[in-house]
Structure formats: C-alpha cells, structure tokens
Design a protein around this ligand. Sequence first.
Ligand code: ATR
Length: 263
Amino acid sequence: MKNYLVIGNPIEHSLSPKLHNYWIKQNNIHAIYEKSKIEKKDLKDLVLKIKREEINGVNVTVPFKNDVIEYLDQLSPESQSTQSVNTIFLMKDKVVGHNTDIYGFEAAIKDTKFDLTNKKVFILGAGGVVPSIIFALNKLKVTEIKLCNRTKNKAENLKKLFKNLKIIDWGEISDSDMIINATSIGLNNEDKMPFKFSDFGKNKFFYDIIYNPSETDFLKKAKNLGNRIENGKKMFIYQAAAAFKIWHKIEPEISEKITKILD
Ligand code: ATR
C-alpha cells in the first residue's frame, strides 16, 4: 500500500487527509494519506524516506514550506521562484519539490470570474503561502501589489523574490480593488484588523485564505458593507487536486459534494 503524508506544526486541524482519502477511495487506489506533526530537525530524515520509497508523497504546510528546500534534489520552476514547496514526489530517483499553492490560488480566482487584469491588490500578512499568492497575482497580470505585515522585515524579505512588491506600514491601507487576508487573524477571535473597513471604499473584493471558519470577521465586516467576499476553501481544494494528480496521475473530482466534505 502506498502512503502519503502532510507535515506541519501545528497539523491537528489539517483537512488534507480527509480530502485525499476521499479521492483515494473514490478512485480505488490502494493508499493511505495521514498527517504528521514534525520538528524542523526531522525534515532530512523524512526526505530520505521519500528517496527510499518508504513514503510515496508529502504535502508540506506551515512552517516548513521553505525549510524543506535544502534537502530536496530538484525544484520545479514555481517552487524555485517562490522558494516555497508544498508537494514532494520522487521522479527518476530524484526527490522533487513542487508548489501547487500557485495553481490553487489561480484556479480559485478564475472560478470567481473576478478579472484581476490591471487591478490593484493589497495583501495583509507575509506568512508561508504569500509568495505563492504574489506569484499567481503576477501571472494574472495585476498592475500593483502592496503588502503590509505586523513584522515589517518579513515583508521586506519578500521584496528579494518579487521586485514589483510595495511594502507599506502595518495599519496603513491602500486604494485597492482586491484585499487579501493572508494573516492568521480570524483563526483567533481576539485578533483584530488594524483598519476601518469602510476606508477601502465600496465594491471591493475581499479574499481570506482562511476557510475554517468559513466567514471570518474580516469577511463578515466586508460583506456587511456590500463588498464581494470569498474564502480560501477552493484554493485549498485546487492545491490538493494538483498534488493528487502529480502522485496518482488522475484528476480528482471537484464539485459541490467535495466542498461539503470539508464542512
Ligand atoms: P508563518 O509566519 O510561520 O509562515 P503563517 O500562519 O503562514 O505562519 O503566517 C502568519 C501571518 O499572520 C504572519 O504574517 C503574521 O504576522 P507576523 O509576521 O508579524 O507574525 C500574521 N499574524 C498572526 N497573528 C497576528 C496578529 N495578531 N496581528 C497581526 N498579524 C498577525
């Protein structure tokens, strides 16, 4: 039986096993997908296990998407550009790192039919998934990306990868068509956004990477002001589907039913 893993820390709340195991069963694949909480020191050993085919594929989540790179034999161009890996597989005896978060975000945005061409985007946060979002936004031909993060030097570091990024202070806002929450504010009820939502103006598109809860405070407040909103569930499903296709060479089902599995 083949075995697949999602690694991270924390990992308890990951819904990847639920989704992958559903698709595995649906396609009669003899495999299991599990989650594993690891420490940074475990990464080297884990990659060795992939090389020895003791593990057949790994998804990487916070905070190891960049840390794992040094142990891999090869990176896909997307992982190289973002310095971020979320999917690992063995190809011709080489352990390869790939990034399906980019596709996940891009496919999710395309589903919303919101045309990002020549639009201005504002990102809150500079965590693990942000390089993938910036890369996808550039592919979608936005004109401007402004970003702020509580810890400003983490935002400044992203400028090394993306020269077109403009960094502003945490608490300041910028005139934008789309506002993306990529912070973990919303997972914890006590955390609050550092701005007045009405300052963004009307008819904007508010997007939250968080999908559980399905409507964060960020999305609720934006919706109450008449803005368009979307959570990160589709992005999560599409990134998982792309990883599934790499490992099993099968396009898994994406439908209302699949979305419901994650509720
Ligand atoms: P990581 O930073 O380990 O990659 P993440 O969950 O991907 O983890 O990112 C968490 C993001 O939420 C970061 O941008 C973090 O800001 P810092 O870099 O300053 O830590 C942001 N964040 C979390 N809690 C926050 C809070 N209470 N106020 C503002 N930003 C917060």
